[in-house]
Design a protein around this ligand. Structure first.
Ligand SMILES: Cc1cc2nc3c(=O)[nH]c(=O)nc-3n(C[C@H](O)[C@H](O)[C@H](O)COP(=O)(O)O)c2cc1C
Length: 162
């Protein structure tokens, strides 16, 4: 299937996951929504990928969903996030992906995430990130979730997404 992976991010984690996922799919186009515009109408199936910052998707991903909602609803659709506050996954997904799209999604997964580059952020965000990492690292390692991409791929395969 002619697949679009539309992703964005600030420190490269989501881009890295998107590239790794692309290896397992045929006929795939990767588009960084912070750098380029793309129309999902030109593809047969869509995967969106976003990091979570302050409990929200990257604005360009949010805009993409909003702008093309009716097109996304008409095609095979899946999404993944990279994030570290695992407890908030459901809340973030419920808020950031409209119900109709969520209900038809083939897969929506958390790929985990790292926080190892704070240079793009101001002092306030740096403080928030450090305290978040301190708190979350008591619950789980701050790293990519090893099983998540495979899990995601298996769900795509079950839906005959190749
Ligand atoms: C300033 C800052 C705020 C963040 N806020 C959240 C958050 O609210 N929830 C969460 O789960 N992860 C949060 N994270 C972790 C990022 O989502 C995670 O590092 C993600 O993989 C970054 O993706 P990117 O490299 O593609 O930008 C935050 C990280 C930073 C640096």
């Amino acid at each position: 299937m002619k697949t679009l992976i539309a992703y964005a991010g600030k420190t490269g984690n989501t881009a890295k996951c998107a590239r790794q996922l692309a290896i397992h799919l045929n006929n795939v186009t990767l588009v960084d929504l912070n750098a380029e515009q793309v129309n999902p109408a030109d593809f047969e199936a869509i995967i969106i990928a976003s990091p979570v910052y302050s409990h929200k998707f990257e604005p360009s991903v949010k805009n993409f969903i909003k702008t093309y909602l009716s097109i996304l609803q008409d095609k095979p659709f899946a999404a993944f996030v990279t994030m570290v506050e695992y407890d908030t996954f459901n809340k973030v997904i419920t808020r950031e992906i409209p119900e109709a799209l969520r209900n038809k999604a083939i897969a929506i997964e958390n790929f985990g995430g790292e926080v190892n580059n704070l240079s793009p952020f101001g002092w306030h965000d740096k403080l928030i990130a450090k305290s978040m990492v301190k708190l979350e690292s008591k619950k789980h390692p701050i790293e990519f979730l090893a099983d998540a991409p495979q899990n995601f791929n298996e769900q795509l395969k079950k839906a005959s997404w190749t």
